[in-house]
Design a protein around this ligand. Structure first.
Ligand SMILES: Cc1ncc(COP(=O)(O)O)c(C=O)c1O
Length: 461
C-alpha cells in the first residue's frame, strides 16, 4: 500500500510528498468531513486552522490543547437552523459547555439544552435567555429544579414519577407553573454503543412507552394544575447513523400522542425528537446531512399526523455532537515512539484518557495526523496512547502515521469537540487542557488550561 493510500484509510493527512503540498490543501476536499472547515495543510506540510499555524498555537498555548474553529461551528449551527426551519434546534450543552460557545449558539438562533445545575449556570452566565433553555436529567435535585424555575427556563423534561411530585410541590411553593415535557422511552434499540443508547427498555432514562408508564406519567401531570404539559420528548441515543431509529421513534411518539387525545381530549402542542446524529471520526464514517435528517423527520411526523388526523405539533431536536464534534481537534506533542516488534508502534502523546476518555469508555474510533510538517516516509501502524498510568489509556487505536515520526512532532486528532473536554478529568493529577478558538488568523483562549495550583487549591487537607 502506498503511504497516502494507507493514510486515507483513517483520514491521516500526514505524509504525502512535497509535490502534493505545493499549495495549501483543503483537507476535507480530500478526506471528507473529518476536519473543521478552515483546516488547510500548507506548503511545508503544517496544518493551519482559522488562518493560524498549529505550530504557533503549540508555541503560544502549549499542548495538549483543544483547537476550536469558530467558523466551522457557526456554519454547523446555521446548517441545522436552516435545515430545520420551522422547528427549534437545541444545542445539547453536555457535548461541550463553555460561555463563548453558548453565546454563538444563541446568536445563531439556536436554543440550549442543559442537564445539570452546572450547565444551567454556564448558559445563564453566557446570557442565553432562560426561556430558550430546556432542562433534562434523570435525577434533578430540589436545588436544581428550584433554580431552573426561578430562572424561568422554557421547559423541564420530566423523567420519573418522583420528579413529577417533587416538581409540582416546588412549583406550588414558588408560585410558578413550569412548562414540562415527558421523556418517553420508545423501545428502540439504537445501533450504537450500549452506554450511549437510551431508548431501549432496560435503562435509567424516561418513562417506558411499551409498559404504559409514559401514558401514566402524562395522566399524572395532567392532574397537576401547577404543571403545564407541552409535549413528549424522545432521545434514542448518540452517534447514530441509521436514521430508521429516529423514524421509528417519531412514529411511536405520535402513536402516544394519539392515545393521549383519545383518553384526555388534548393534543400536546410540541414534540422533541432528541439528538444523537452521528459524525465522522474516520473516513469510513458517512454521516447524514442536516437536510437529510430534517427531511426524514418532518416527513414521518407529518405522515403519522395525517394518518391519525392529528395536528402537526411543533418539532424540536437536540443535537450536541453533530454541532460541535467536528469543530475541534486536539493538538498533542509526541513524547516517545516505541516499536513493539512486528506488532505496532506506540506513539505516546502528552495527554490521553484525561482529555479524551471516549476511546476507553465507548471503544470509540479516532484518526490522527502528523500536524507540524510533511513527511515522505512510509506508513507505520501506530497506536496513539496517552501518558496515564493505565494500559487502556488509548487515544487512537489504529492509525497509519509516517515512519519517521519522532519526539517533538505535533499530532492532531480530529472530531474531539464533543464529549472530550466535557468529560475530561484530572486523572493522575493531570491539569485539563485549554480550548483555543481560532478565526481570521487569530487565536484566543476560551477555556484556560488548568494548572497544578488549581488542583492543589482544592486539596485543603
Ligand atoms: C436528552 C439528550 N438530548 C440530546 C443529547 C445529545 O446527543 P448528541 O450529542 O449525540 O447529539 C443527549 C446526549 O446524550 C441527550 O441525552
Amino acid at each position: 500500500m502506498r503511504a497516502h493510500e494507507a493514510g486515507a484509510l483513517h483520514g491521516n493527512l500526514g505524509f504525502r510528498g512535497p509535490d502534493w503540498l505545493s499549495t495549501p490543501t483543503d483537507v476535507n476536499a480530500l478526506f471528507g468531513p473529518l476536519w473543521p472547515v478552515t483546516v488547510r495543510r500548507g506548503a511545508d506540510g503544517a496544518l493551519a486552522v482559522g488562518g493560524v499555524d498549529v505550530r504557533d498555537i503549540a508555541a503560544e498555548y502549549g499542548t495538549p490543547a483543544y483547537v476550536f474553529d469558530d467558523a466551522d461551528f457557526r456554519t454547523r449551527c446555521r446548517d441545522f437552523r436552516e435545515a430545520f426551519a420551522g422547528a427549534d434546534v437545541y444545542y445539547a450543552a453536555k457535548a461541550f459547555c463553555a460561555k463563548a460557545v453558548l453565546r454563538v449558539v444563541a446568536e445563531e438562533g439556536l436554543h440550549v439544552d442543559v442537564c445539570t445545575g452546572g450547565e444551567l449556570a454556564v448558559a445563564l452566565a453566557a446570557g442565553v435567555p432562560a426561556a430558550l433553555i430546556k432542562v433534562h436529567g434523570n435525577n434533578k435535585s430540589v436545588a436544581e429544579l428550584t433554580r431552573a424555575m426561578r430562572a424561568g427556563v422554557g421547559c423541564i423534561v420530566v423523567d420519573s414519577f418522583d420528579e413529577i411530585t417533587r416538581l409540582a410541590d416546588l412549583a406550588r411553593s414558588l408560585g410558578v407553573r413550569p412548562r414540562v415535557m415527558v421523556r418517553v422511552t420508545v423501545g428502540v434499540e439504537a445501533h450504537t454503543h450500549e452506554f450511549i443508547a437510551t431508548a431501549h427498555e432496560d435503562q435509567k432514562f424516561g418513562f417506558s412507552l411499551g409498559s404504559g408508564r409514559a401514558f401514566e406519567a402524562v395522566a399524572q401531570i395532567l392532574r397537576e394544575d401547577v404543571l403545564e404539559l407541552i409535549g413528549l420528548h424522545s432521545h434514542i441515543g448518540s452517534q447514530i447513523f441509521d436514521t430508521s431509529g429516529f423514524e421509528i421513534s417519531a412514529r411511536r411518539v405520535m402513536g402516544l400522542q394519539d392515545e393521549i387525545r383519545a383518553e384526555f381530549g388534548v393534543e400536546l402542542p410540541e414534540v422533541d425528537l432528541g439528538g444523537g446524529f452521528g459524525i465522522a471520526y474516520t473516513t469510513q464514517d458517512d454521516p447524514a446531512t442536516p437536510g437529510d435528517l430534517a427531511g426524514r423527520m418532518f416527513k414521518i411526523v407529518e405522515q403519522e399526523c395525517a394518518a391519525r388526523s392529528l395536528s402537526v405539533p411543533h418539532v424540536s431536536i437536540e443535537p450536541g455532537r453533530a454541532l460541535v464534534g467536528p469543530s475541534m481537534f486536539t493538538l498533542y506533542e509526541v513524547g516517545t515512539v516505541k516499536d513493539v516488534d512486528g506488532i505496532r508502534t506506540y506513539v505516546s502523546v502528552d495527554g490521553g484518557m484525561s482529555d479524551n476518555i471516549r476511546t476507553a469508555l465507548y471503544d470509540a474510533t479516532y484518526s490522527a495526523t502528523l500536524a507540524n510538517r510533511a513527511s515522505e516516509a512510509g506508513p507505520m501502524l501506530a497506536r496513539v496512547v496517552g501518558k496515564h498510568c493505565e494500559a487502556g489509556d488509548i487515544v487512537v487505536k489504529d492509525e497509519f502515521l509516517p515512519a519517521d515520526l519522532r519526539p517533538g512532532d505535533l499530532v492532531a486528532v480530529p472530531g474531539t469537540g464533543a464529549y472530550c473536554r466535557s468529560m475530561a478529568s484530572n486523572y493522575n493529577h493531570v491539569p485539563r487542557p485549554p480550548v483555543i478558538a481560532v478565526s481570521d488568523g487569530k487565536a484566543r483562549v476560551i477555556v484556560r488550561r488548568e494548572t497544578e495550583e488549581d488542583l492543589l487549591s482544592l486539596d485543603v487537607g
